[in-house]
Write a protein that binds this ligand. Sequence first.
Ligand SMILES: Nc1ncnc2c1ncn2[C@@H]1O[C@H](COP(=O)(O)OP(=O)(O)OP(=O)(O)O)[C@@H](O)[C@H]1O
Ligand SMILES: [Mg+2]
Length: 299
Amino acid sequence: MARKISFINYKGGVGKTSLIVNTAAALAKMGKRVLLFDFDTQSNASIWLLKLDRWNKINATGEGAIYSIFDPGRGQVKDLVVKDVVEGKSGEKLLPGLDLVPTTFNLVDLENEYTGDPKRPPYLVFQEQLATIEANYDFILFDCPPNILRASQCGVFASNEIYVPANPDALSLIGFTLLVEKLQKFHQLSASFRRTSMGAPAQVHGIVFNSIKTGVDIEVPKMRMQLRLNQFKTAKRAAPGAKIFDTQIRDAMVVRRAVALGLPVALVSAEAADAGPTGDNVITDYRKLANELVAHVQG
Ligand SMILES: Nc1ncnc2c1ncn2[C@@H]1O[C@H](COP(=O)(O)OP(=O)(O)OP(=O)(O)O)[C@@H](O)[C@H]1O
Ligand SMILES: [Mg+2]
């Protein structure tokens, strides 16, 4: 069964999209079958992986974008999958195994204009359609905006695990705290729509520190985060096995550059990745993170 995972934090700009895209790429490189959903109307992950030309075509009509399953409602998740999404200049497949369901800017209408059938909230419509293709994948990942509004709810409802990207600052800790509160509320609201076959509602299973500058000591923010996580675990508001990941992702120029190149960092040349004194680099960080995620299977 596919592991279904949302990356989310109520704090914006902490690196959710960078982490999820690069971790998805690392998992695909390990031979895992990975499907990434972009649930952020900013479309960062979609523009990054499709590059602007291919994304523009979808944005022009909305056809092929996730919102088409809600409005006009003819789209089917299974038909929206862009197989092996990462392509080179002449259309060659560069990363087999990484598929994407893209979004365009029209996803914002899900939060406002969309009315739909109140007995069938968007997250239920989405979950039912996702169920028809889940068996094709080892990992299904949801990139969410920093909130649990309707678009994020689709990812959260379908997920069984949540990972929280964080920077070593107070705002990330506040964002994590708020996330856990909002999660609780959403699970209560959506409880009557859950089926046993979906497994447990998603709780936080891990925290990943991102964008860590060389020489910066993050012990204090890490300790504060650990204390908060322990409180949530005691209150049964985080998964019993939830932890701060040993792997942390360093701050590296190449992460920003990779977006402009339309490639996950793992496909940018290793020389561009500014190897550290021991020869490791940010690509190694993402690979380690992917391995740690694969191993982190307990509740
Ligand atoms: N490890 C890193 N090293 C250097 N830059 C990074 C790193 N991780 C993320 N960034 C940069 O930080 C910025 C924010 O990252 P990203 O878009 O992934 O955050 P986000 O949490 O998804 O933001 P949003 O809340 O808007 O969705 C981007 O410019 C990204 O390239
Ligand atoms: Mg993002």
